[in-house]
Design a protein around this ligand. Structure first.
Ligand SMILES: [Zn+2]
Length: 205
């Protein structure tokens, strides 16, 4: 089993390679890896990220087949199926690092902000279920801050939304809570910059 600290270092190194345009994962290696993995997988990190097409987790961390257990949903929100997916990978594969990765210019966060500022509201019940999960942390953030400049507000909103998902994973599952207190599981927030390609990890506590 790979420790959370080692896994985190691996992700940092991978993102560094990606940013420097020195990726080591090439199409040629994917084919061989695919065959090797037929007997099973042991992903070293779980990533809960946004579905945004500009934030493919494997690519921004320069990882290949079998390395990451990735859950992607618009706005990187946490609903029961996301908690269940994390529980599954953590118990089945012994993966000890969970990264919740938001990103700049997130459409789900922007839509929620717009709604909170009195703009259009989500029409479909299903889309509503995403906005409703993003909304509480942004409401807290915006209390008394309506006149803040939009760019700063958006940046803070992305981070608040990541923190809310981290909190939910840390405290919304008895199983994960046990793994955190007794078995070295770490849930950490992170933010990907569309502008620079850099992933910035938040403090892990
Ligand atoms: Zn997004």
């Amino acid at each position: 089993m790979i420790s959370a600290a080692t896994a985190l270092a691996r992700l940092r190194e991978g993102n560094h390679r990606f940013v420097q345009d020195q990726s080591e994962t090439a199409a040629a290696t994917h084919h061989a890896r695919r065959a090797e993995l037929l007997g099973g997988q042991q992903p070293f990190a779980i990533v809960l990220g946004c579905s945004d097409s500009r934030v493919p987790a494997e690519l921004v961390f320069d990882q290949g087949f079998g390395d990451l257990f990735v859950i992607r949903v618009a706005g990187n929100v946490v609903a029961p199926s996301q908690v269940g997916s994390v529980e599954f990978a953590a118990t089945r594969y012994g993966t000890r690092l969970v990264v919740v990765m938001g990103h700049s210019q997130c459409g789900a966060v922007a839509a929620t902000l717009e709604e909170l500022l009195g703009g259009e509201t989500a029409q479909s019940r299903n889309l509503r279920s995403i906005v409703d999960r993003v909304r509480p942390s942004l409401e807290t953030l915006m209390t008394g801050r309506e006149r803040l400049d939009p760019e700063a507000l958006m940046r803070d909103a992305v981070r608040a939304n990541v923190r809310a998902s981290v909190d939910h994973l840390r405290h919304g599952s008895e199983l994960l809570e046990q793994l955190i207190t007794g078995d070295g599981l770490i849930v950490v927030g992170a933010e990907y910059s569309l502008e620079s390609g850099v992933v910035t990890f938040f403090q892990s506590t």
